[in-house]
Structure formats: C-alpha cells, structure tokens
Design a protein. Structure first.
Length: 113
C-alpha cells in the first residue's frame, strides 16, 4: 500500500502517520528492553474513527514534558497529545499500551459495517 492510497482512505493521514511514527519511536527508545519487540495495531472503529495502539513490555510510563528550546528531542508526546482526538496509556499484563484515536477520518467506503 502506498502513501497516496493511504491518503485516499484516511482523512488527516499525515497526522495519523506522524502519531504512528512517534508512538513506535517511543516504544523503541523507551519502552522495549533489549532483545524484545513491540506490537503496532491500527484498526477502524465505528463512525469512521481509527485507533492506533503500540504495545511494549517496558516499565517506563510515558508522560508529556515541556522540553527546552535547545533540546533536540522530547516533543513526540506533545504531538500525540495535540493531533488525535483522544490518547492515553493503559497497563497490560507485561508493560503497557499507548494509544490514540482519530474521529471520523475513514472515508465512507472504508468504514466497518
């Protein structure tokens, strides 16, 4: 699937893709112990919404922080807080799941029944 197809199916595709990238990057940098992986799930919800989840086995709980202007990083969760309609963190049996949802972003033809 190429980017043009994604953009034809998902409104706000750039925002969705940016949040996928930020959550996956955070999982790799902060949430996954050496030798372990993470799981990324993206699926449609009722009403044309889209949910993104990143599951990892790390102990570190994410939190939004305000980096200094000179900091090279630390802005990922600021984007995840600002772009989707909802986001959060939940415990799981081993680690956590960081998720976000975008309301009414799927085109009518691609909504679940």
């Amino acid at each position: 699937m190429d980017l043009n197809h994604v953009k034809s199916v998902i409104r706000r595709a750039d925002e969705v893709l940016l949040c996928v990238s930020e959550l996956a990057t955070n999982a790799v940098r902060h949430g996954v112990p050496p030798g372990r992986g993470f799981r990324l799930s993206v699926w449609p919800l009722a009403g044309g919404a889209l949910r993104v989840e990143v599951h990892d086995s790390g102990d570190e709980w994410p939190g939004v922080r305000m980096p200094a202007d000179s900091d090279e990083g630390g802005r990922g969760l600021l984007l995840v807080e600002a772009l989707p309609d909802k986001w959060g963190v939940a415990e799981r049996s081993s680690g956590k799941v960081v998720w976000c949802e975008f309301a009414e972003v799927l085109t009518t033809a691609h909504r679940p029944p």
